[in-house]
Each structure stands twice: as structure tokens, then as C-alpha cells.
Write a protein of this length. Structure first.
Ligand SMILES: Cc1cc2nc3c(=O)[nH]c(=O)nc-3n(C[C@H](O)[C@H](O)[C@H](O)COP(=O)(O)O)c2cc1C
Length: 280
């Protein structure tokens, strides 16, 4: 698939836009986005369903809300997933590819997994049986100036910061950092992953390079809650893997995803193995 944008340029351009201009998104641009969304084929899990929600369209008239965090947006893009294994990772991958495509068209977006009135938006999304509705984003043109709330929020989240290489990339096992030299031609895909957005900027991804493969691991700060189908950290992993994969494809680096954790890999506490990229 020709992804339709430059990974480096778009990843560097994207940020969470929380203040929007009054200029509406044109119908042909909306159609392009939906067409792109429907063509997505993530390599991690089930298909994701996307739907636009116009702010006025809440069927029961209830005001659709984002608790004052998003200003000026009139158009939202919701996404649903089946309640299945690896749906969170699939959601992260597909939604982020769409976010990057929207960014390349000059649009702003902001992943919302928590700060929105889910029940009001859920009605507008016409949720089907066995579907979960974890994610929503405003879609629109960024305003010239960020609102005060947006500035405060960014500072609170340390939104411009990212963890350094040595805290997230490892060689063979978790006791040895992977340097850029060791990463070789994979420096670029790993750097693109490092810059990815994540819920509360928590960056839960860890990558271990061993035996010609990159192993993706989710690192939590505490024990996960049992029985929760929607999992923001797993969505984050899908986002990071999307950046890595699109960058690898762009550079013509061949490989494939496979779920096979190496037997000699020792995971730290609260870490979960997700998948591996095997270099072909
Ligand atoms: C899965 C996910 C959920 C998020 N949920 C929210 C949210 O509910 N509200 C919000 O204001 N930002 C949310 N964000 C945006 C993050 O706070 C933001 O990506 C992070 O702070 C990094 O900033 P940047 O996107 O500008 O690079 C979410 C991001 C992700 C990836």
C-alpha cells in the first residue's frame, strides 16, 4: 500500500491539537479521510470501524462534550472495534495511520480516550453488538493560537518530551541498551516509534532487539486491571508499532510480524510481550 505521506515529515508535524479554527472541514476532504480509513489493513488484529460525528448530531440533543479541553471543534471521528484479542493494538495502528494521513492534509487531531462524554458520543456512533468504542478525535484546522487550557494541559503532560533511547530500546535483554549504531538501518523506524503519541504521554513501549528480530513489549507501572477489554496502553503499543512499521516500509526494510516471544527473554515486572518484527 502506498501510504500517501512522508513518515518523517508527518510524524514531526503531528501534535495533539486542542484548539480549532472556525473553518469547517470541506466535504471532499471528509470523503478522502473516510475512503482512507476504510482502506486501512493493520497487521496486528481485527478491522476497525470509523465514523464521523458532527457536533450537532447527538440524536437525543444532549450536548456532546470534551469537558472544555477541546475548543472550537465541530467535527469528530469516532472508532469502534470488536471485543476481541489484539483489537486494542489494531485500533492504535489504524487510528494512528489515519491521524498521520489527516496531518499530511493539514488537519489537526487529538486522540481522546478519556476526556470525552462517552455516552453522548456513543449514541451518535450507533454502536453495534459486541463493539467497543474507546477512541474519538476532533478533526479540523488548527487555530493560530493555542488556548490557555491547551497550554496548561501540554505542560502538565510534559507533552513535548519523550523518553531517551536508553530507557526504551534494548539489545538481547533488558540489561543492555540498544545504541543507534547497533540499530543500524533500523535507527529511523525506532526513532519514529519513540516520537509517537501515547495516553498521558506514558510511552509504555519497550523494544528488545535479538536474533534478527525486534520484540515489542508493553511496560506498565503497576499490575493491570483484569477483565478490562479497552486498554489504553495496548492502544499505545499499536500506535508505536504503526510508526515503526510505516517507517520500515518507507525505507524498503523487509520483515513480517509474528507472535513468538524468545525463550531467553526475561521480562521485567508488569511487562507483557506483544509481538515481534522478524527481519526477512
Ligand atoms: C490512546 C490515547 C489516548 C489519549 N487520550 C487523551 C484524552 O482523553 N484527552 C486529551 O486531552 N489527550 C489525550 N491523548 C493525547 C496525549 O495526551 C498526547 O498524545 C501526549 O501528551 C503527547 O502529546 P502530543 O500528542 O502533542 O505529541 C491521548 C493519546 C493517546 C495516544
Amino acid at each position: 500500500m502506498n501510504i500517501g505521506f512522508s513518515v518523517k515529515e508527518t510524524v514531526n508535524k503531528r501534535y495533539s491539537v486542542r484548539t480549532y479554527d472556525s473553518r469547517p472541514v470541506e466535504e471532499d476532504v471528509k470523503a478522502k479521510l473516510l475512503e482512507y480509513a476504510n482502506s486501512l489493513q493493520n497487521p496486528l488484529g481485527p478491522k476497525i470501524r470509523f465514523q464521523f460525528i458532527e457536533k450537532e448530531t447527538a440524536p437525543n440533543g444532549e450536548k456532546l462534550g470534551t469537558y472544555g479541553i477541546i475548543k472550537g471543534a465541530k467535527l469528530y471521528l469516532g472508532a469502534t472495534m470488536p471485543d476481541e484479542e489484539f483489537a486494542n493494538e489494531a485500533m492504535g495502528y489504524d487510528y494512528e495511520q489515519l491521524v498521520l494521513y489527516a496531518t499530511s492534509l493539514g488537519l489537526g487531531t487529538c486522540w481522546l480516550g478519556g476526556t470525552f462524554n462517552r455516552s453522548a458520543f456513543a449514541e451518535a456512533m450507533e454502536i453495534r453488538e459486541n463493539e467497543l468504542f474507546p477512541i474519538l478525535s476532533p478533526v479540523g484546522y488548527p487555530a493560530d493560537k493555542k488556548s490557555v487550557t491547551e497550554k496548561v494541559f501540554r505542560r502538565f503532560l510534559k507533552a513535548d518530551g519523550r523518553k531517551p533511547w536508553e530507557e526504551i530500546f534494548f539489545a538481547d535483554n533488558f540489561d543492555k541498551p540498544l545504541t543507534k549504531e547497533m540499530a543500524g538501518e533500523y535507527e529511523f523506524p525506532l526513532e519514529m516509534l519513540r516520537l509517537a503519541p501515547s495516553a498521558t504521554n506514558s510511552q509504555p513501549w519497550r523494544v528488545v532487539f535479538s536474533d534478527n528480530a525486534f520484540h515489542f513489549i508493553e511496560q506498565r507501572t503497576h499490575e493491570s486491571r483484569e477483565g478490562s477489554s479497552v486498554d489504553m496502553h495496548r492502544i499505545d503499543l499499536g500506535i508505536g508499532i504503526c510508526h515503526f512499521h510505516l517507517a520500515a516500509l518507507e525505507k524498503g526494510l523487509n520483515g513480517h510480524f509474528e507472535r513468538k516471544m524468545p525463550s531467553n527473554l526475561t521480562l521485567p515486572p508488569f511487562a507483557t510481550y506483544i509481538t515481534s518484527w522478524i527481519i526477512d
